[in-house]
Ligand binder design. Structure first.
Ligand code: FAD
Length: 395
């Protein structure tokens, strides 16, 4: 595939760049590289930024025009993500709504559901969270035990979710729940849309070593949602959930190697400044990280080629996820080695809350990357079984 911009893509790139140059100023410009998992820095400013993006239809680029989108091609979406990453714009607060829920809604929702939710997601008036994981259903997602039963025209929900990122900020949750009593595995599940602001829902934050508490336990004790707030058919939730997971492992992470390039450049600069770049072991690690970024870039291109030519994301998504998360975790370790004894010093009051600078934060947050969106072990299983054709894991 030819990766040079076509005249239309070049014009689109110029439009994105000009918009970012005009709007990414002041407080917005100070939030580059902050936000994302385990970091709630500048939440209100990022929400304001999201509203600005939505107002000018940069949220929901790929959506059909009748729902407020631009019906952008894959190539245009990648152009937008590249320019966004190059400009070091703030991490998005609508990742779950725009990145995971909206594409699933477009694929499986009724027209009424699309008209109801898509414009509100675009305007950042509705924030969403993903209620999939439970204490005994993470990698083994089909073991979901949270249940919903019909009471007249409403579902009544009982059970618990865990690791629900941004549940404390969200207005809605897309959750997989068991709607067929006595069903097991992936049978009898439904994909429910649940309003978060109601008496039957309790959200308890989980504090992490980064100091932030952006993910939560969510308890449902008689929470309610109308009967028609099901995405896809009742009992067919597994199929819909798999579509969401496909979006999670796919395009959303495509252009992040640009952010990694910037992070690596910063580490190299520090290593040159504090003299650690003279250490052959550090030099070798930095060179390895540089090679890794190039590998990520080419794997991203392979994924894009597949997406454009076949319309689906192939197993490259698993290879990509496994690779970038291991690479970033190793970079975090190199960052601490480059900082040397300075790595032991963090801000804040002794015995009180502490403050992390960007490198410490990135190092700690990278430990979670090999877990969420499918752990490294699970990605290896997918690659082993679906790419290499190895025998299936005994279950
Ligand atoms: C930062 C972060 C944010 C998250 N946000 C959300 C969210 O918003 N919504 C949500 O629903 N979930 C979220 N999660 C949950 C995440 O999807 C799960 O943590 C993940 O799927 C792993 O599940 P688990 O934690 O139950 O671990 P388990 O599935 O219990 O796994 C424990 C260990 O065993 C390994 N393992 C499990 N099964 C196998 C197997 N068959 N073969 C080999 N090894 C195996 C795993 O790889 C892992 O190392 C988040 C997690 C993190 C860390």
């Amino acid at each position: 595939m030819d990766f040079r911009d076509s005249p239309e893509e070049a014009a689109f790139r110029a439009e994105v760049r000009a918009w970012l140059a005009e709007h990414l100023k002041g407080e917005f410009a100070t939030l580059g590289s902050r936000g994302g998992p385990a970091d709630e820095t500048g939440w209100d400013t990022r929400l304001e930024w999201e509203r600005l993006l939505g107002r000018d239809r940069w949220v929901g680029l790929s959506w059909p025009e009748e729902y407020g989108g631009r019906a952008a091609s894959f190539a245009q979406q990648v152009v937008f993500q590249e320019e966004y990453a190059k400009a070091d714009a703030p991490a998005r607060v609508s990742f779950f709504g725009e990145g995971l829920f909206a594409p699933t809604l477009i694929a499986y929702g009724t027209d009424e559901q699309k008209r109801r939710h898509l414009p509100r997601i675009q305007a950042a008036d509705e924030l969403w969270c993903q209620g999939f994981s439970e204490p005994n259903a993470g990698s083994d997602l089909a073991n979901v035990q949270t249940r919903a039963t019909l009471d007249g025209d409403e579902w009544v929900i009982e059970g618990q979710k865990v690791w629900t990122t941004l549940a404390h900020r969200a207005d809605w949750c897309f959750a997989i729940v068991r709607t067929e009593p006595g069903s097991t595995a992936h049978h009898g599940l439904s994909y429910l849309l649940v309003p978060m602001h109601q008496p039957g829902i309790e959200v308890r934050p989980l504090r992490q070593m980064t100091g932030s508490a952006e993910f939560n336990e969510v308890f449902f004790d008689g929470a309610r949602t109308p009967r028609d707030h099901v995405l896809g058919e009742v009992g067919q939730g597994w199929k819909v959930a798999m579509a969401t997971l496909g979006f999670e492992r796919g395009t959303a992470f495509m252009s992040q190697q640009l952010g990694f390039e910037r992070e690596l450049a910063e580490v190299i600069e520090i290593a040159q400044r504090n003299g650690s770049a003279q250490d052959p072991a550090i030099r070798e690690r930095l060179a390895g990280h540089y090679a890794g970024v190039q590998i990520m870039r080419y794997n991203g291109m392979r994924m894009l080629t597949d997406l454009v030519q076949r319309g689906v994301i192939g197993p490259q998504a698993s290879i990509g996820k496994l690779y970038w998360t291991s690479w970033h975790r190793a970079l975090g370790e190199t960052e601490m080695a480059v900082l040397g004894t300075d790595a032991m010093v963090i801000g804040g009051k002794p015995g009180g809350d502490y403050e992390l600078d960007e490198l410490h934060h990135s190092f700690m947050a990278s430990r979670a990357e090999t877990i969420y969106a499918g752990s490294s072990e699970i990605q290896r299983n997918i690659i082993g079984e679906r790419v290499l054709g190895l025998p299936r894991e005994p279950r």
